[in-house]
Ligand binder design. Structure first.
Ligand SMILES: *[C@@H]1O[C@H](CO)[C@@H](O)[C@H](O)[C@H]1NC(C)=O
Ligand SMILES: [Cu+2]
Length: 235
């Protein structure tokens, strides 16, 4: 059903999703990828995602950076400052926003994000009391098309991937993941790294059966929600 729908309604489906398309750091805008024709020489900090179709399982290889593998540029950001991701469009209002980072100790070119080194710096799931409301992190992205997160002030300087993930939960027990990554160089004099108990691998930072992933938000009675994966590390 999903397969035949996607063939018939491809343009509508394309219009119904979204991806991060630029980043703002200290008033400077860093263009990202706009989709859908990856260009080898695009001078951007974002890893180019081949499409923004929903990823349907937490174990899909595309979960890492939505299929993006490299970018020629990176942006500097001081630890303790905010980075704002910007979406050109976003249409779903239920589900969490989760922002992750990953150290690229040996440089960006060899950094595939496949080790157990991802940590969350920010997230917002349900901030109201009804799962079938729009009181969700992704509901804020729907209204503002932006999400601002603070780089932990004590974070050790270096090269990192930053990964913005929207998890859309509007279809019962049919999660849709939308992640994109950019390359940032954190500056400062911090020495801290996230502790081992807050690190995860992506794909599969949580099983598909996690109650924060496989959930029916219309099942009355549900009044609380826990984002899947580790807790946020704030430094
Ligand atoms: C910076 O990010 C934090 C979340 O990490 C957020 O609470 C705060 O509002 C942001 N500040 C600005 C000025 O956007
Ligand atoms: Cu969608």
């Amino acid at each position: 059903m999903l397969f035949s729908l996607s063939l018939i309604l491809a343009p509508a489906l394309v219009a119904a999703h979204g991806a991060v398309t630029s980043y703002i750091i200290e008033g400077t805008t860093y263009p990202g990828y706009q989709g859908f024709s990856p260009q080898p020489s695009a001078q951007i900090i974002q890893r180019q995602w081949p499409d923004y179709n929903p990823i349907m399982t937490s174990t899909d290889a595309k979960m890492t950076c939505n299929g993006g593998t490299s970018a020629p540029l990176s942006a500097k950001i001081a630890a303790g400052k905010n980075i704002t991701a910007v979406w050109q469009q976003w249409t779903h209002q239920q589900g969490p926003v989760m922002v992750w980072m990953y150290p690229c100790e040996s440089g960006f070119a060899s950094c595939d994000g496949k080790q157990k080194k991802w940590f969350k710096i920010d997230q917002m799931g349900l901030y109201g009391t009804a799962l079938n409301s729009n009181d969700w992190g992704t509901g804020i992205v729907y209204k503002t098309l932006k999400w601002s997160s603070k780089i932990p002030a004590s974070l050790k300087p270096g090269m990192y991937l930053i990964r913005h993930e929207l998890l859309a939960l509007h279809q019962a027990n049919t999660p849709q993941f939308y992640p994109e990554c950019a390359q940032i160089e954190v500056t400062g004099s911090g020495t801290a790294t996230a502790p081992a108990n807050l690190l995860a691998s992506i794909p599969a930072y949580a099983p598909q059966s996690d109650p924060g992933i496989m959930v029916d938000i219309y099942n009355g009675g549900l009044t609380s929600y826990k984002c899947p994966g580790p807790d946020v590390w704030t430094g």
